[in-house]
Structures are given as C-alpha cells and as structure tokens.
Write a new protein. Structure first.
Length: 66
C-alpha cells in the first residue's frame, strides 16, 4: 500500500518499478548514470519514496525509443 504524507501519495521502489514497467536494476542504473534524479524523500526506515511526478518521468524514460 502506498503511503500518504501531507495529503500526498508516495510510491515505494517496488511499486514504482511495477507501475513503470521497469526492473529495480534498471531504475538504479538510470539513477546512477544521471538519467533520472534520485528520490529526495525517504521514510523513517530510509526507504526511497517516489511521487506521481517521479513516476511520470520514469515511465517517459522507459518509453523512449533510441
């Protein structure tokens, strides 16, 4: 279940990967390569939290044709 903080829905890494149709390894590779910016939000355990905007950027990247 996606957490909600300050009336804003966030996605965990597994949720964001499933929704965008990419593997966790691909997400980390894109972040490490600078293709995507790492999530600035973390929960109390230090796990990354992604926003709807992040999801859109990841989906857009996944659908690019090169």
């Amino acid at each position: 279940m996606s957490p909600i903080y300050n009336n804003r829905k966030y996605y965990r890494t597994s949720e964001i990967c499933k929704a965008a149709g990419v593997s966790r390894a691909t997400l980390w590779r894109w972040i490490k390569a600078g293709v995507l910016v790492d999530s600035a939000k973390r929960d109390r355990r230090g796990w990354r939290l992604f926003t709807e905007t992040d999801l859109k950027m990841i989906r857009d990247e996944a659908q690019k044709v090169r």
